[in-house]
Every structure is written in C-alpha cells, then in structure tokens.
Design a protein around this ligand. Structure first.
Ligand SMILES: [Zn+2]
Length: 477
C-alpha cells in the first residue's frame, strides 16, 4: 500500500507523489516541501492550537519513517493588530514582546516532543519577499490602493474559491467574510498591505512609503522565498481554509503563474468537554494550565494524536486521565521488557510474527491518510501479545527485535519511551559554545542568528535565561 492523503483542494483521497512525478522509492524523491501556518505570538497558545502543531509533527515524522526526506517550514506571525496592541499595552518594543511569546511557544513545542522544523521565518524579517510578490501583482493590475492600504482584486482571479468549494455568490454576499475595518471595492477583496496608524510599526515597500503587511501575504511570501516553486504539502487548521488559504492561493498563483501547493491537509477542530473552547465557559486551557494541574505533556501528546485528524477531538480531563493510565501501562511494559531474563534459547516465532504484524498494521493505518487510531490499535495489540511472553526468559534476539519495533514506531508516536535527557560534559560544552556564539551575534546585531541558536536549543529541551550576569541555561522538565 502507498501513502494516501485526503486533499482538500481536490476533495478526494489521493496517492502522495512528491514533485508530481512518480519515482521508485521514497528515498528517490527530493525533500518533501511542507508549509504549515504558524502561530501569532501575542499570548500563550491553547490546547486547540496544539492539536494543529502536534499533527504537523506527526505528518513530518511519518514521512521520515516512510523514507522521505523532509523540508518543513512554519511561520511566526510577529506583526498584526494583536501583537502591536500587546507590545503597546506592555510598554515593550514589538520585537521584545513577540520574542517573549515566541520563546514560550518553542518551549511548549519542545515539551510536547514536537520536532524542530527546518525553517521558522518571522514576518518582520521577510518584508522584502512580501514587497516582491506585491510588485508582481501590481504589475499584473491585480492591486488597488485605498486610504493607504493595498488590496487584492479578487474579481480578477477567476479560480477563487476552489479550495473551500465556495460558490461565487456565497463569497460575494460577504456573509462568511472576515471583518476588516478598511474600505474595499468588493466585499471579498483582502488587504495585502495595511496603512499603519499612529504608534504602529511601519515599513517601506516599493509602492508605499509606510504601512505593514496583511496576514495572508506573509505565508505566500515565505513559501516563495524558501522553496521558490510549487510546494508538496500545505497544512493548517480547518478554520484557515477560508479565507486565509484561499487568499494565499490567489496571491501566489496570480503572482507566479504556477500551482501553489499539490496537497492541502487540514486538521479538524478540538472541542473541550464537548463544546467550543472559550474563556467564559472555563474550558480554555493553555499547555501550562494543564501541566500545572499535574498532567504530563506526554499524556497530552498521546491524547492529541489518538483521534484521526479529520475527526473532531473531544478533549476532556477525564480523557487526559485515561491517557496517563495508558502511559503507565506502557511504562510498565517497557520496564518489564528491559528487565526480562535473557537466555541462550531458540527464537520464539510468536515474537517475529507479532513484530511483523505490528509493523504491517502500523504502516497500513498510517498510509491510509494518517489513521492514528488504527496505528494506536496496532500498538496495543502488539503489547497485548508480547506482554505475557515476558513472564519467562526470552532470547536476546527476540528482545532486540521487540525493542527495535517499538523504537522505530516511536519515531512517529513520540510517547512510547519517556525521554530523560541528562546533562553531561559534552552537552555542557556544546551549549556553552552556542551561548558564546549567541552573545557575539547579539553584539553584532545579528538577531536572526541569535534567534536561531535559541530555537535550536529549545527544540532540544534546553531553555536559555538572559539575566544581568549573562545567559544561564537549564533543561526543560
Ligand atoms: Zn498561512
């Protein structure tokens, strides 16, 4: 069986062929290009956001498991109404304010065992790429200016609405359109570039003396800058299909005259205690709210992955307790396996059959549009078969085969083995060297490099703390 995804763009389940041309094995393809819409860094992300981010991680991990190379990007939106307001309310520069929440975000990702992606571009570092795409659209007559803002004229992009399957009349009615305080010619048009008000940060682009980017242009610009061509997979939560992803497609395809993305994967919503999350209902959780209640990030990851991504997940504290007790069973199983008596004895065919069945069921489920509930089922079936065999001594080869199947599949699950990183001399030396390099980068005002170093370390679970006496570091618990 080959890997299949439900592609929102074609509204069908399709075989995954990176680059659009079939090759013999996954290793023969160029790195799979993936773009995932990232967070706006003005506050703590909530558990619904983390379903999205954990599923992005699942996708990249399974591609790697299947033998593909991966080049994955997630943008950091560090300029918009909310970040500007947050910075002003806190008396901080936009950079300092958003850096604080970017750090928190990366810490949260690391504690959920979300792998580090290849690129995390910030919007404010990429104004030049946005300028480039706006210029192209202007030259094609697709842009008009009104009161200091630039708008994309949707009437001139005929394919608009293909992703979300919206009838033209529905979009014209404006009933589902995002509210925008600026004046537009047509209710569907969206701002590429926004006039900035007083006390707001402002950038110069070729066609405007000041202003700031609209949200949609950011993603189109980053994709082009990093990949320079049609990408393989674009992901995001279902709430982004319209208008955000529809607008990304319109801008990019109009500007560059080629398809924007081959496969669109959209992660379904998360409900909390059976209803939409909201602060007033008291069911709004950040990751830290849950860890403060004593739940482990590992159990949260487990629960977030347990349902298929195209189904709504009802996240409950009861469910989280259930996840904790499943992990306890897994831990007991691993302890038993690690301490089982090993003897010079013949191999047990039950073991090799169980391993073979497990790996087959695991990949068949995951190949089927990332069916995690099937993969979870395969794992528990395997544990159920192997557990009684550990009552007696087993052969060294059998033990190794079981462990290797578990380690292999944990490349995707990321919760079977609990990670206990320890500080050793080598780690200490490496981290201190990076801290020195970061210090120099900051002196040189090379904030891109200093951010990179911090992000790299965070992805490994190492937190930097800048203080008066310099930078200290610690391992995330
Ligand atoms: Zn986006």
């Amino acid at each position: 069986m080959s890997l299949k995804f439900y592609n929102t763009y074609t509204h069908t389940t399709e075989e995954f062929i990176p680059g659009g041309v079939r090759k013999n094995t996954p290793a023969d393809y160029d790195a799979v290009s993936i773009y995932s819409c990232g967070p706006t860094v003005y506050s703590y992300a909530h558990i619904g956001n983390f379903r999205t981010f954990t599923l992005n991680d699942l996708l990249r991990r399974y591609l790697k498991y299947s033998g593909y190379k991966v080049e994955h990007t997630m943008n950091i939106t560090d300029v918009d109404d909310k970040t500007i307001k947050g910075a002003n309310d806190n008396g901080l520069s936009l950079k300092d304010f958003t850096e604080k929440y970017t750090n928190i975000f990366f810490e949260d990702l690391a504690s959920l065992s979300i792998e580090q992606f290849e690129h995390y571009p910030r919007a404010t570092d990429n104004i030049d790429s946005m300028d480039d795409i706006i210029e192209r659209l202007r030259n094609k007559g697709l842009v008009y200016e009104k009161d200091g803002s630039l708008y994309f004229s949707i009437a001139k992009f005929e394919q608009y609405g293909k992703l979300s399957n919206l009838e033209k009349r529905e979009t014209i009615s404006g009933a589902r359109y995002d509210a925008d305080e600026y004046e537009k010619d047509d209710a569907r048009d969206f701002a590429l570039w926004k006039a900035s008000k007083e006390n707001e940060p402002s950038w110069k682009i070729k066609s405007m003396d000041g202003g700031r980017p609209g949200w949609h242009i950011e993603c189109s610009a980053m994709v082009r800058k990093i990949y320079g061509k049609t990408i393989d997979i674009h992901t995001g939560g279902v709430d982004l299909i319209f208008p955000h992803h529809e607008n990304e497609i319109a801008q990019s395809e109009a500007a560059y005259g080629e398809p924007f993305a081959r496969y669109w994967l959209h992660w379904e919503h998360l409900l909390v205690e059976g209803t939409k999350m909201s602060k007033s209902k008291g069911n709004f959780y950040t990751l830290r709210d849950l860890t403060e209640k004593g739940y482990s990030p590992r159990a949260i990851r487990y629960l977030l992955l347990s349902a298929h991504y195209r189904k709504q997940l009802n996240f409950t504290l009861e469910g989280l307790k259930g996840a904790e007790s499943s992990l306890e069973k897994i831990d007991n199983f691993i302890t038993r396996l690690n301490s089982v008596n090993v003897e010079e004895t013949n191999r047990n065919k039950t073991v090799s059959d169980a391993v073979e069945l497990y790996l087959k069921d695991f990949s068949e489920s995951m190949d089927n549009d990332l069916n995690t509930s099937g993969a979870f089922g395969a794992f528990f079936e395997f544990m159920h078969t192997v557990n009684p065999l550990l009552d007696r001594a087993i052969s060294k080869e059998d033990k190794e085969e079981i462990l290797s199947a578990l380690k292999k599949t944990d490349m995707v699950f990321g919760f079977i083995f609990s990670d206990t990183k320890t500080i050793d001399a080598e780690l200490e030396k490496r981290v201190n060297t990076l801290i020195e390099e970061r210090k120099q980068a900051r002196i040189d005002k090379n904030f891109k490099r200093s951010d990179e170093i911090r992000d790299e370390l965070l992805a490994e679970g190492i937190i930097l703390e800048d203080g008066k006496e310099g930078t200290r570091w610690k391992l995330k618990k």
